[in-house]
Structure formats: C-alpha cells, structure tokens
Design a protein around this ligand. Sequence first.
Ligand code: NAD
Length: 409
Amino acid sequence: MNPMEAVNRQFHEAATLLGLDEKARRRLLTPTREIKAECAIVRDDGSEETFIGYRVQHDSSRGPGKGGLRYHPEVETNEVNALAALMTWKTAVAGLPYGGAKGGITCDPSKLSAREKQALTRAFVERIHDVIGPYTDVPAPDMGTNAETMGWIVDEYSKHHGWSPAVVTGKPLDLGGSVGRESATGLGLLYAAERLFEDHGARIGDFTYAVQGFGNVGMWAATLIHQAGGRIVAVSNSRDMLWNADGLDPAAAAEHVRATGGLSGYAGAERRDPASILATPCDVLVPAALGGVITKETAGDIRARFVLEGANHPVDPDGDAILEEKGIVALPDIYANSGGVTVSYFEWVQNIQQYSWDEDRVTAELRKRMRTAYGPIAAAAKKHVCSLRTAAFAVAVEHVYAATRARGL
Ligand code: NAD
C-alpha cells in the first residue's frame, strides 16, 4: 500500500465516524496547491544539472502550511502529497494554528558538495518564494536537510521579502532558532507516553522499553525515558542492536555512537541482529526509525503491550489490524511525535514576537501542549469505541472541517 492510500484509508475511517459526505471528503482531501519546480544549478565541475523540487500545500484552513523539506532520491509527487496531508492532521490534532504542507527535491544529497546543496536550495527558493512565507507556508528540516539548509532559505527568501526568520523553523540558534528543538520530538514522546500510561494506572518507570532507531528521535526518547525511570532493554540502528535485560544507559550508548560512529563495541550490552528488535520482549516498543516497519509480516511477533510511534507511519494498516487484535495499544504518530512540530511552532511564535524563550519555558509549554492534546483523543476513542489512531484522525478531521466551514468556503 503506498503512503497516500494508507493516509487516505485512515482519513476515511475517521470521516465515516464523523458522518462526512462525499463532497466534504473531497474538499478535505484535495490539496490547496501543488508545485513542481525546475531547479537548475551549475555543478562543481562546471556542468549544468536540473533537479525537480516539490512543495504541496495540502490545507490552510487552520493557518499557514507547515511541513518539512526532504532531499532524497525517492522524493516524488505521491509521497510528498501523502506527507503533506499527514501534516494537516498532525498540526490539527496537536492544536497548532497551522495547516499541512511538505516538500522536497529529488536528489542524492550525499553526492552533492556543500556549495552545490546551497545552490540547489537557493534555486528552489527562487522558484517558490512567492508562495511560501511566515503566514503562507513555513518549511522545516526533514531527511537530507538540516539547520544549515534552513539558514540558506532565510537568506534567499529575505532577499526578496526583507528580514524574515519566521519563513522556516529548525534554523540555527544564531538566526532565530529555538532552544530545545533538537530534543523536542523525543521529549514530546515522553510526555505523550506519561499521559497514556496515567490512563492505564501506570508510570514511565513501571515498564521496559525497546527503541528501534538511534538517531535524533530514538536517542533522545531512550535517554529521556531512562532519566524518567524507564528500563531501556534494547536500542538499534540500521546496523546493530544492543540488548541488556537489566537495562542499558542510552546516554552512554549515545556517547559511544558519537565517539565511534556506531553502536557496535558498546560494552554494556549484548550485540544482536537489528531485525529482531520488534520481537524483543519488552512492555513498550518505540519505533523511531523508518516508516512501514510494523506490517502483517512483523506485527504478529511483537510482544509489547504498547507501541509509541516516534517515526512517521511506522505501522501500516494491515499491521495495525493485527496490533488491535492482539490488544496492543498504539499511540499514533500524528500525536506521539508531534513534539517536534510543536517546538517548531514555538520557534515561529518567538520569531514573530521577536522575543526568545529559555529552555525551561519551551519544556513547560511542550509538556502542557502534549498533555492537552491527549484529552480529546482519549475521549474520541471512548465515544466512538475505536483505536487511538482512528480517534486522533477523527479529532484532526473534525477540527479541519470545522475551520473550513467557519471560513464560509
Ligand atoms: P535520524 O536520521 O536522525 O535517525 C534514524 C535512525 O534510524 C538512525 O539511527 C538509523 O541508523 C536508524 N535506522 C535506519 N534504518 C533502520 C533499520 N532498518 N532498523 C533500525 N534502525 C534503523 O532520523 P530521526 O530524525 O530520528 O527520525 C526518525 C523517524 O522519526 C523518521 O520516521 C522521521 O520522519 C520521524 N520524525 C522525526 C522528527 C524529528 O524531529 N527528527 C519528528 C517527527 C517524526
């Protein structure tokens, strides 16, 4: 099932619960604007090359578009559209005053020099600067892009529109980035889990955890869960898995990764095949690497009671049906990993206010927002007798539909 089919399936389940007719569904699913742009650059060897850039603004009824910019060889229309729609539902469920957008350039960033990447970014901004902006569409980093890329976008956009740090989030601190952005998704995941477990009469420290993916999301999630008293029994990346039934120290493992470039050789745990992490005995599984890992082939092996979705789209609809059958509670990505976009929102707010917050304020506001966003999801799950995923989509679709109607469109 391609990403668009999967997102639309979840949308239609929610729309059916809400009793939305065909016209309303079509209105909500049709993207506001799809852009496909030629981006030509001069390579370092003097040759010319043309790349294709995409930006899809899926919905803007609740506010400016918000979503990442991905540089990857597999960027194409269908995926960008699916991810843009997912952002519409994510910002709505998180209660942020944004719509959904996503973009990217089909390229292999590992084969581009820093100068070429900068030229490509500027060529793309040249094409789209009239249709992005602090009150139109606010890009952010995604796969293959980072704070440096966002800095180039601020510079190029500001040439056309004057000083505009709020045109993107995920910027370097010196250009108006926010403190706390790096750990935001992992911290949001911790706060979301805290709230979910309260409903089950439990706390973070009551459980064992296996974390797939030891990059930004996985490393922070594992470290913060460990600090909150949770026992991390396994972590993995694309090459290795570390396992220790007595628990391992993710901060020390992260230090080992920084020093050696990988997990292998870390002394405090046994090394295992990374493919086995999903089936690791634990209470809580945290997929924080790739999409589409929990499928009809893998879901049956999962032994956890809870799945905290750090990655985008880690569970496909067939995998989801098996989790439900087994009584495993999945905390859905559109809520569970929304800490990142929430702190992006704080960055945008700080830029607009021209006033910066300290880390304590970012952390406190994030906790408040994650806890607040959970309530309507749990209530919708109870009301409709459905999974938290369907409930989260129902909450999101209801908000976007209400905004669309309130605008009288
Ligand atoms: P990252 O590139 O920093 O880390 C990805 C990690 O996954 C790496 O450790 C990599 O080795 C590992 N990995 C790759 N293939 C694997 C495999 N087959 N098995 C085990 N591990 C594997 O990426 P990230 O920013 O941490 O993002 C991870 C996921 O979270 C993605 O799905 C991303 O879309 C999603 N996400 C990220 C953020 C954010 O703020 N970074 C926010 C929301 C969602």
